[in-house]
Design a protein around this ligand. Structure first.
Ligand SMILES: Cc1cc2nc3c(=O)[nH]c(=O)nc-3n(C[C@H](O)[C@H](O)[C@H](O)COP(=O)(O)OP(=O)(O)OC[C@H]3O[C@@H](n4cnc5c(N)ncnc54)[C@H](O)[C@@H]3O)c2cc1C
Length: 317
């Protein structure tokens, strides 16, 4: 079967879940080869990639790859495409990887598809576009298809791959060295899963009413092992940090379950969450637009509904 390159997303040497999703998807369409760019590669990382089907692992762990924003990663992938002639390149549809995908497309003169939520035989992709308002099926018709797949679009399935390692040296060009990262500041992170990767997201909107009251959203999230999200009305009011905003100008999430509490369902909010598999809405207004989208809706005051739901979840554990 044809080789499919999968760019590994990793933080502090840990392989992110989205990479396992990409390997699972790639396995259905070809033979996945993981591409590790930057420092932090370890036997544990190798094992994790191999356990999810990586037949080969190309390792370019020079610090250079990490020090110069996204350009060296695009150069690395372009080099591998030219040497290995893969059937496709899969990356995660994160802000960074989408930029890498765009740069790679220019370098290898190929088509790129972003915000993909599924890929079928013949590399036909389901794409969620125009802020999630339209779904289309697309196929790259020129060059080596580059496909950026959204986190949580594919369930992870383990399957052993050979994990044969190949060191790759990449000569980072002078052009790629034109923007250097001078400092990295670690984001404060609690015990909750990362918003864009979480399988369950509980979001609060203006209906939550205050910063203090976001604690009921957090309690529900913690009872479900979920991430917390917020509407722009809530983040603009200073009730929850902006990094948790879901929507057109915030994060795009695609969890298995999305619970929207006190959120009206404006188009800009929907843009960030409407590909969630199951949507539950809690709103006191039965006419709220979010109910048009919801699989399950509760008309009621979130101050009563959310704590009851949290208690119910706790009882069933
Ligand atoms: C260019 C642009 C970009 C934008 N980007 C984003 C974005 O990324 N993300 C985003 O979210 N928005 C975005 N917005 C804003 C968006 O248009 C809406 O204003 C916003 O989503 C509204 O947030 P909300 O649903 O929390 O508030 P509202 O629309 O005010 O809705 C609050 C809801 O809470 C309900 N409610 C009130 N009290 C309770 C209660 N006690 N119990 C239950 N329900 C209750 C109300 O019935 C209402 O439906 C953007 C707007 C623009 C113009």
């Amino acid at each position: 079967m044809s080789e499919i390159l999968v760019l590994v997303e990793h933080v502090e040497g840990q392989v992110k879940k989205v990479t396992l999703e990409l390997l699972t998807l790639a396995r259905k369409l070809g033979t996945p080869s993981a591409v590790w760019a930057g420092p932090g590669y370890s036997p544990e990382a190798k094992a994790r990639l191999a356990e999810h089907g990586a037949e080969k692992i190309y390792v370019a762990d020079s610090a250079d790859v990490n020090d110069y924003v996204v350009a060296p990663k695009a150069e690395l992938l372009a080099q591998l495409v030219s040497e290995k002639s893969p059937a496709a390149v899969f990356v995660a549809a994160t802000a960074e990887a989408k930029e890498i995908a765009g740069r790679l497309a220019i370098k290898i003169d190929s088509g790129v598809l972003t915000d993909v939520v599924g890929v079928e035989d013949g590399l036909v992709a389901d794409q969620s576009i125009f802020g999630g308002g339209v779904n289309v099926r697309s196929r790259v018709t020129k060059g080596t298809p580059i496909v950026a797949v959204r986190p949580n679009a594919t369930p992870v399935e383990a399957a052993a791959g050979a994990g044969a390692e190949e060191q790759v040296s990449v000569a980072v060009s002078e052009t790629a060295r034109s923007a250097r990262i001078v400092e990295r500041v670690k984001e404060e992170k609690g015990a909750r899963p990362e918003l864009t990767e979480a399988a369950i997201v509980v979001s609060g909107g203006r209906g939550v009413g205050s910063a203090e009251n976001f604690s009921i959203i957090e309690k529900l999230a913690d009872s479900l092992g979920a991430a917390v999200g917020a509407s722009r009305a809530a983040t603009d009011a200073g009730w929850y940090p902006h990094q948790f905003q879901v929507g057109q100008t915030g994060k795009t999430v695609s969890p298995q379950l999305y619970i929207a509490a006190g959120i009206s369902g404006a188009i800009q909010h929907r843009a960030g969450m409407q590909t969630a598999k199951t949507i539950v809405a809690i709103n006191k207004d039965p006419e709220a637009p979010i109910f048009e989208l919801a699989d399950f809706g509760v008309v009621g005051d979130l101050n009563q509904v959310v704590p009851q739901l949290t208690d119910e979840v706790a009882k069933r554990k």
